[in-house]
Design a protein around this ligand. Structure first.
Ligand SMILES: [Zn+2]
Ligand SMILES: [Zn+2]
Length: 337
């Protein structure tokens, strides 16, 4: 799911929005030689080194308020992707009023995964071309590439030429997201790095080194947690809804991403605001978070999937492990209601 600060706009020269492309059939990966983006290699190398030092400082010298603050910021960063970039902006699974639009954009900024515009374009392309060369983080290329390797090199030509065909009009028309895109460099520098570092220094006298490195730690942790959706959840897990695709329901990813790891369900029904079938939100805090704003009246027009449609899909393409299959004793016996 996620690019980062150093990512540039996909250049439009030579790529036309009018062209239609042949369908890529997953799993697919050609022998393209990727050019390494050394800027990103050094940037991500620095952030990961800084995060490791932050972990060390968290154990040895940071104050308890700083540690608790870093944890809360890490969870908010995860929500910035799961609730904001993913369920709200990329899939439009619900609508929000202006105050929540602003809050969601700020949370998305905490994630440090660059502009919502870039994130949404890559994610819509991911769904359109899953596990092929048109997918920015094509999991057919293995765990490392789909997790973070794709950010460390230039995009595959298929990603570039298909990326410009993605309809981004809703994102362009959103004034809050237009603001984030227009002032991206200064906005990300201030909101994701400077202010989160200054906060614990100002309010409880934390040292600059502790505050900076623990902020690096929470950013890098949230980044790697989100990247598990692209890597682990496209490789390992259960496929109750569609066994013909790579995305899987992955338990570790479900817990760490606050409910975003029901990835077999999500690729089968991407418009469901819960990103999961189950009504129980124990492992889907993102949905609970959204429900809070529904209660407040700032979130509305939720899209879901009715049970009949889910059961039909389970019967047609599932791997036979869905609870409804067990109830009736066999995949072919599943009834829609
Ligand atoms: Zn996916
Ligand atoms: Zn999605």
């Amino acid at each position: 799911m996620a690019p980062y600060a150093a990512e540039r706009e996909v250049p439009l020269e030579g790529y036309s929005k009018e062209v239609t492309f042949p369908k890529l059939v997953a799993p697919q990966a050609d022998d393209h030689k990727f050019r390494i983006s050394w800027f990103n290699v050094f940037a991500f190398g620095y952030w990961h080194g800084s995060a490791l030092y932050g972990l060390y400082l968290g154990i040895t010298s940071a104050s308890w308020p700083t540690i608790i603050y870093a944890f809360i910021m890490m969870e908010l960063s995860v929500l910035g992707i799961t609730a904001a970039c993913h369920r709200l902006y990329a899939h439009k699974t619900f609508k929000v009023k202006l105050p929540l639009n602003i809050i969601m954009m700020i949370l998305a900024t905490f994630s440090g995964q660059y502009t919502v515009y870039n994130w949404v374009r890559d994610h819509r392309l991911h769904h359109k071309c899953s596990d092929t060369d048109g997918d920015p983080h094509n999991a057919t290329r293995g765990f490392f590439f789909s997790h973070i390797g794709w950010i460390l090199c230039e995009k595959h030509p298929e990603v570039k030429r298909r990326g410009v065909t993605i309809d981004m009009s809703d994102i362009k028309d959103n004034p809050v997201l237009a603001f984030q895109k227009k002032y991206a460099a200064i906005w990300f520098t201030m909101v994701n790095y400077v202010l989160p570092t200054y906060f614990p220094m100002y309010f409880w006298g934390e040292t600059l080194s502790n505050a900076w490195h623990l902020n690096s730690f929470r950013f890098v942790m949230s980044l790697n947690i989100i990247c598990l959706v692209n890597s682990a959840a496209h490789m390992w897990g259960n496929r109750p809804y569609d066994e013909t695709i790579r995305p899987a329901n992955n338990d570790l990813t479900i817990v760490l991403t606050l409910g975003e790891g029901f990835h077999n369900y999500h690729h089968a029904f991407p418009w469901d605001y819960r990103s999961a079938e189950f009504g129980n939100e124990t492992f889907n805090f993102t949905t609970t978070f959204i429900h809070f704003f529904k209660w407040l009246g700032w979130a509305y027009d939720f899209k879901t999937v009715d049970r009949e449609m889910i059961l039909k899909r389970v019967a047609r393409t599932g791997n036979g492990t869905h609870a409804s299959v067990k109830e009736v004793g066999g995949k072919n016996d599943v009834k829609a209601n």
